[in-house]
Design a protein around this ligand. Structure first.
Ligand code: PMT
Length: 219
């Protein structure tokens, strides 16, 4: 891993989960800890990049030399990322963004009454797809695809549909991907792929940043 491979480059990273409120005390979220995204931010900074990290609610310290913006919901993450994306060369979307939010979050705490409760959910905007669709100032776009089965097929479909430069297929499940300290990725691009074998998320992040720098230079 050559130091300085991203010198002079501006890298934007989304990390962690989002929280979608149901009422003032409850929300929908997922198991992302932000560990993988924060490790990529640290590795990109170590490679010489100027790094901006847009983080959902996590309990991790900010990596040295990284500018951090904290958000909660997918809508807030969308606004924070889209406002900054055109000023960056590379966008790495590691965040596990909630696909849906409550259609109308309650203003007061919801009370227990009936035996069953149905929640009305609406789709959240797709942050990565919107960045990749920018017509001016579009950064080099790196996505993640967390899947429990048919990982490569779903990842390739996401790469094409969202028009990404790279996609990192991430096999998740018990003890893998979300929450764990280790992770493994299969990175795909138009005409090529590379496997980054199971390793500590920090080591994997350094290998991924080296690969991103290589593909960015080839683009
Ligand atoms: O945080 P950790 O505990 O370390 O775990 C790391 C991780 C498993 C969360 C991470 O490595 C990972 O795989 N992140 C992507 C999680 C995911 O749910 O991906 P997805 O298949 O829902 O989304 C595909 C891509 O689109 C992702 O790059 C995602 O950031 C992006 N996306 C998705 C939905 C949305 N509304 N906006 C987005 O930008």
């Amino acid at each position: 891993f050559a130091d300085g491979v991203l010198a002079g480059r501006r890298v934007l990273i989304s990390a962690g989960p989002t929280r979608e409120p149901l009422d003032p005390v409850r929300f929908i979220t997922n198991r992302s800890t932000g560990k993988q995204g924060f490790a990529i931010a640290a590795a990109a900074a170590a490679a010489g990049a100027e790094v901006t990290l847009v983080a959902g609610p996590v309990t991790l310290p900010t990596p040295a030399g990284v500018a951090r913006i904290d958000v909660e919901s997918a809508a807030e993450m969308h606004a924070a990322v889209l406002a900054r994306a055109p000023a960056h060369d590379i966008f790495v979307a590691t965040a596990a963004v909630a696909d849906y939010r409550a259609a109308a979050p309650a203003e007061r705490k919801m009370k227990k009454s009936a035996e069953t409760l149905t929640l009305d959910l609406v789709r959240n905007p797709d942050i990565l797809a919107d960045v990749a669709a920018l017509t001016s100032g579009r950064p080099f776009c790196v996505g993640f695809a967390a899947e429990t089965h048919d990982v490569l097929a779903y990842a390739e479909d996401k790469r094409r549909r969202k028009r990404l430069d790279l996609i990192c297929a991430n096999h998740v499940g018990a003890g893998k991907g979300f929450e764990a300290d280790d992770n493994a990725l299969h990175v795909l691009w138009e005409g090529g792929s590379r496997e980054l074998p199971l390793a500590d998320k920090r080591e994997l992040a350094r290998a991924l940043v080296a690969l991103i720098a290589e593909r960015y230079a080839a683009a």
